[in-house]
Design a protein around this ligand. Structure first.
Ligand code: P6P
Length: 280
């Protein structure tokens, strides 16, 4: 696992440099979710593929930016699902973006996650690695990632990050979100999953939600590349991660690009979601 973490760290340093280059515009291509790819998306995907395919323990790579998974070493032990540059369209407006990695054993099922990691490219570059019961924060300083501290969620937080187009929310979901605001929760939502969830983790807790909506009945966020890795992190940090009713890590995607409604947060907020969704 050390070699995988090291390869992710090398990727992050190269991706940071790529982000700092003047905008290189959109490609003519679309990814498997029908999103037009930035040249930067493709470049970051290649960087990660290059770095991870040299690690002997990696068996298969699956990228959000590619239709099919790639076998890199049949003797390898781990399958890695990754989103090379989540929220990449936010680079144009100078907001934080991130890379997300799920490290699986055997298959891309939630229960087979062994470790997960994300990198947030903001005013600083920080990396969070969840493995063997601990969620560890690292900060990039003078070209090296230095360990900072372990991350833990409080039982109850103060942040509410409601995703999705509000006019397409179910009425019961809107009532739940508004109820949290009436209790004094603060709106913190940038449209970037990585910085939005990083803020909740570092500020002690709250709720991030991307529910089923009338325009996205299966949710928007991808299980293998985004949802499972963050579910693993939030659970290890003492919080919860559900699809409204069930633990997200109990899910097994039919296709590597499948999505799921998702809620990540401290226990108090996750219980609130469960009670809201219990009767729907
Ligand atoms: P919406 C970015 O495109 C992304 O995949 C996640 O990073 C983010 O949480 C979500 O979509 C934002 O979606 O519909 O709220 O703009």
């Amino acid at each position: 696992m050390t070699e995988i973490l090291s390869a992710i760290q090398k990727s992050a340093i190269r991706i940071k440099k790529a982000i700092d280059v003047k905008d290189i515009g959109y490609s003519q291509e679309q990814n498997s979710s029908g999103e037009t790819q930035l040249q930067l998306d493709i470049q970051c995907d290649l960087i990660i593929e290059e770095e991870l395919s040299h690690v002997f323990s990696v068996h298969t790579l699956a990228s959000e930016e590619k239709e099919d998974a790639l076998l890199v070493n049949k003797e390898g032990k781990y399958l890695i699902g990754f989103d090379p540059l989540d929220g990449s369209s936010l680079v144009d407006v100078n907001l934080s973006v991130g890379s997300i990695f799920g490290i699986y054993s055997g298959s891309f099922s939630g229960k087979n996650l062994i470790a997960s990691c994300y990198v947030v490219y903001g005013p600083r570059v920080e990396l969070v690695f969840a493995y063997e019961g601990k969620v560890k924060l690292y900060l990039l300083q003078s070209g090296e990632f230095e360990y900072v501290k372990e991350l833990r969620l409080e039982e109850k937080g103060k942040i509410n990050a409601p995703g999705g187009t509000q006019q397409n929310w179910e009425p019961y979901h809107k009532t739940m979100v508004d109820g949290l605001f009436q209790e004094g929760y603060r709106l913190r939502y940038s449209g970037g999953m990585v910085p939005d969830l990083h803020q909740i983790l570092l500020k002690g807790g709250g709720l991030f939600s991307y529910p089923c909506t009338s325009d996205k009945p299966e949710g928007k966020l991808r299980q293998v590349f985004e949802v499972f890795p963050f579910a693993f992190i939030f659970e290890l940090a003492g919080g919860g991660a559900i699809d409204g009713k069930e633990n997200l890590l109990l899910q097994t995607p039919k296709h590597v690009h499948d999505t799921s409604p998702c809620f990540f947060g401290s226990n108090y907020e996750i219980e609130r979601v469960k009670s809201t969704y219990a009767s729907v």
